[in-house]
Each structure stands twice: as structure tokens, then as C-alpha cells.
Design a binder for this molecule. Structure first.
Ligand SMILES: Nc1nc2c(c(=O)[nH]1)N=C(CO)CN2
Length: 169
């Protein structure tokens, strides 16, 4: 199972709002490096983490993808590069860390792989702390267990608290 978190809090240069951008980006994940889109979470409205006064709320969700039967997981760096290609296609610019963004795609879990070297660290090193990742993740993979911590998603979400997120669509 492959889990990718989607987030956006700015309209795109194509005129799409953040929700439309997330929906279009999720569709663009299907077929990426031969992966198939299997499930899409509900979309959530979430306050920026860390708090960023005046910044718009994010739209967040999680996509679950599957490998072709018998296929090895794709190379993590190649998958990250492919995700960055989709971000760029939807108009992302990177002026400074945590800047508002038209689209952010985070690789959360790649078939349970543990990877300590960056770009990407796997599983995503902050996913277990973020309700805006855990709540939609629980929608698409309620039985997911964090590959490094060994903790089920429901337990991680209970520890994180809801952090003021709400279902948008
Ligand atoms: N609520 C929320 N906050 C964030 C998000 C995000 O997707 N949702 N992404 C960030 C950069 O990865 C920084 N902060």
C-alpha cells in the first residue's frame, strides 16, 4: 500500500480553488509510475500547522494507491520526483519554507519501507503527529499500522487530537 497526503491552501494559477486542485491532483496520481489509485479520503479543512495568522486554511486529504501485483515498490526518490512534477504542474512555487502553497504532495508510506536517508525519509517523519494526515489516512486505511512505531492509525489520531480539523467534502 502506498499513501500520499495532499494539501493546498492557495488557488492555483489555472483558477482552480484548493479543493479543485486537490481533486485534480488526486486524479493525476492514478497511473503514476504504474501505480493505481485505489481510494481517496474525504477532504478536510484544516488550520495551518504551525499556526500562521492570516494564512488561509488548508484542504487536506490522503490517497491510497496500489502496486501492480508482484511488482516491487517504485524507487522512493523517483516517486518523490514524480510527485514534485505534479506539484509543479499545478503551479507550485517554493518561495520559503511553509509558504502557502497551491499543492503539496507528501509521500507518507511506501509499502511499509523504512528509509532513514532524506528525500524521502519513510514513513514520513511527521505524519504521526498531524491530524490533517491521520484523519484522512484513517478514511482510506483504517487498519494501517505505522511501519516504524508499530502503532495503529486510530491510536496515533487519538494521541494527536483533532487539531480543529473538519470534514469539508
Ligand atoms: N493544516 C496544514 N498545515 C500545513 C500543511 C498542510 O498540508 N495542512 N502543510 C505544510 C507543509 O507541508 C505546513 N502546514
Amino acid at each position: 500500500m502506498i499513501l500520499i497526503a495532499l494539501g493546498a491552501n492557495l488557488p492555483g494559477p489555472d483558477g482552480r480553488d484548493a479543493l479543485e486542485t486537490c481533486r485534480a491532483a488526486a486524479a493525476a496520481l492514478d497511473g503514476l509510475l504504474g501505480l493505481r489509485l485505489r481510494a481517496l479520503s474525504r477532504w478536510y479543512a484544516t488550520a495551518p500547522v504551525p499556526p500562521s495568522p492570516g494564512a488561509p486554511d488548508y484542504v487536506n486529504g490522503v490517497a491510497r494507491l496500489a502496486l501492480r501485483p508482484g511488482a516491487p515498490p517504485p524507487d522512493p526518490a523517483a516517486l518523490l520526483a514524480a510527485l514534485q512534477g505534479i506539484e509543479t504542474r499545478f503551479g507550485r512555487v517554493r518561495p520559503y519554507p511553509n509558504a502557502p502553497r497551491t499543492l503539496d504532495l507528501d509521500l507518507i508510506d511506501l509499502g511499509g519501507l523504512l528509509r532513514d536517508s532524506p528525500d524521502p525519509i519513510l514513513p514520513h517523519p511527521r505524519a504521526h503527529l498531524r491530524a490533517f494526515v491521520l484523519a484522512p489516512l484513517a478514511d482510506v486505511a483504517p487498519g494501517w499500522v505505522h511501519p516504524r512505531l508499530g502503532a495503529p492509525v486510530a491510536e496515533l489520531l487519538a494521541q494527536a487530537g483533532r487539531q480543529g480539523i473538519r470534514v469539508l467534502a
